[in-house]
Design a protein around this ligand. Structure first.
Ligand SMILES: Nc1ncnc2c1ncn2[C@@H]1O[C@H](COP(=O)(O)OP(=O)(O)O)[C@@H](O)[C@H]1O
Ligand SMILES: [Mg+2]
Length: 240
């Protein structure tokens, strides 16, 4: 689905990201885990074409999209981050805004928004103002706003990190079933191994701006390599 070659992102002279090869399969749910400052958000932004790499090439289904910053291309991706950044309007309008920008007929907007509010179990909040939501509710709106656009790739950057445990567990279950039902190709950044074990089929460990190990989640966790073992074993020792 997405391939990246020799991807490099710099800020001045500092290399934030340097990834020789990356591949994301269609329908894959890839988890990306790594320490704070490893470059996870930078990586997601580069793949979603929100940040221009200083070097390298990104392909979508074989087509070079590195410099394709057209609206049409960006619209094939959706990104949800830790802080929902809702607009200063109702829940309904927050979810509708992307469809309105695409000039969909009113009836279709209404129907699609209603469908996704229902899917995320926030129909009852439709008329509530974005500012008056709990953290969990706001993140549900944020995710509905992403999914309503039917993205080809969904990028999630620590969307559950700010939520309390029960809220997080419920939302994890809901998003997992939604991703499965829609077969949405997903890149999910998290620093929480519990979340990743639950959601991600494959796991990539990102440290110091590079992918140190990638594979099926259970395999990576069972057999960390010399670069990742310190980081992974610290986590495992907490959870087991
Ligand atoms: N625009 C920028 N200019 C300089 N340094 C940056 C910039 N953006 C991020 N960084 C640095 O790049 C590194 C990776 O950041 P980030 O991708 O946010 O890491 P993560 O999401 O894994 O915590 C960090 O050391 C961060 O301080
Ligand atoms: Mg980050």
């Amino acid at each position: 689905m997405i391939t990246a070659k020799n991807l490099e992102v710099r800020a001045g002279k500092k290399v934030l990201l340097s990834i020789p090869h990356f591949e994301l399969q269609e329908g894959e749910v890839l988890g990306i885990m790594g320490p704070n400052g490893a470059g996870k958000s930078t990586f997601i932004k580069a793949l979603a074409l929100l940040e221009k790499p200083s070097q390298g090439t990104i392909f979508l289904k074989g087509k070079d999209i590195t410099n394709d910053l057209t609206l049409d291309m960006r619209r094939r991706f959706a990104v949800a981050m830790q802080q929902p950044l809702l607009l200063d309007t109702t829940v309904f309008q927050n979810v509708a805004v992307g469809l309105k920008l695409r000039k969909l007929p009113r009836q279709e907007v209404k129907q699609k928004v209603a469908y996704w509010l229902e899917k995320f179990q926030i129909s009852s909040l439709a008329k509530k103002h974005g500012a008056n939501l709990s953290g969990g509710e706001a993140q549900r709106v944020n995710l509905a706003r992403a999914m309503v656009l039917e993205p080809e790739v969904l990028f999630l950057d620590e969307p559950f990190s700010a939520l309390d445990f029960p809220t997080k567990v419920q939302l994890l279950k809901d998003i997992k079933s939604i991703i499965q039902q829609t077969n949405t190709t997903t890149v999910f950044v998290s620093h929480d191994l519990m979340e990743l074990k639950f959601l991600a089929d494959t796991l990539a460990i990102l440290m110091d701006g590079d992918l140190k190990q990638t594979g099926p989640t259970e395999e990576v966790l069972a057999s960390p390599n010399s670069s990742t073992s310190g980081f992974i074993n610290d986590w495992q020792s907490l959870l087991n």
